[in-house]
Write a protein that binds this ligand. Sequence first.
Ligand code: NPG
Length: 369
Amino acid sequence: MRLTGFELRRIAMPLVTPFRTSFGVEYERDVLLVRAVTPDADGWGECVAMSAPRYSAEYVDGAAEVIRRFLVPAVAGLSTVDAHAVEPVFARFKGHPMAKAAVQTAVLDAQLRSAGTSLGGFLGAVRDAVPAGVSVGIMDSIPALLAAVESYLASGYLRIKLKIEPGWDVAPVRAVRERFGDEILLQVDANTAYTLADARHLAGLDPFGLLLIEQPLAEDDVRGHAQLARLIRTPVCLDESITSARAAADAIALGACAIVNIKPGRVGGYLEARRIHDVCAAHGVPVWAGGMLETGLGRAANVALAALPFFVLPGDTSASDRYYARDITSPFVLENGHVRVPTGPGLGVSPDIDALAAVTTATEWIRLQ
Ligand code: NPG
């Protein structure tokens, strides 16, 4: 494939409600979109870095800089470009998986649109719809939380994930169980907010039959997670710590996780995400698809990934209206608690020109030839 150039487009997407996690509150999603332009097709990649480096070391302005300064020139040096070819040239630059994933996904989308192949087909999807979970932010009060959970359950979400932090953990979980019963699929996500010294406190979640506790300890505390896993009954799931297929294999070997969250942005793209799926499947470790408040473009790709065989738990693959009143693509909607896997070429969805224009704050064109 020959590339004409890349467009970097910044968009500002207002969230329908503020989203609070243990690392901060988001009111608006600041998204960097990468468009790979070829004579045959355009491909899109969504960079999931946030405005500030609070989930991981990456942030949007930094990702844009890495893309224009290092990644695009690396692609320009290739004689033929495809998603596999960019991996080794990107590997020469340390870190920045979200920036790499955005460019690689744009290239992959262009390649698949030219070939008429869907991303799901390319990755090995085996389902035409995936079960949808929803992530519920930290709230100001238990009544506000219960009202939010009630409305998500009424919309049909099949699994609830509660964001937790010290001071907002056992009580909200207890309240949700008391109100909605033991049958609902319930899990929690700490985004690294605890230390191993909190093990006894976290064991207080044991009676509530949670599916999992996600990333209670620091990103680099894999051994701590292995120790914690022996002290609590709730299965430990890793997110931030799983930065590659090798990291997944190591964490599994250490007994640090019983379940893995896969986010392509965190691991450098969909090819590595697929490898993590395969490593986990080989070890019998279930996986599920994470989310990072993606627009329809990123969501389409996540939903395709979530249709792989070993994604056995519902993902953070919510409907578009969980986050956005108006998405930039045709919206993903819930159908019996499921989201349909796109079947068209590439991502299978394209941005609506008017919707995209309405949220664009900056564009930059980088010509390759
Ligand atoms: O449904 O897209 C979604 C968001 C799910 O809670 C969610 N994402 O830690 O997993 C996470 C969290 C997140 C959001 C992380 C934004 C980083 C940025």
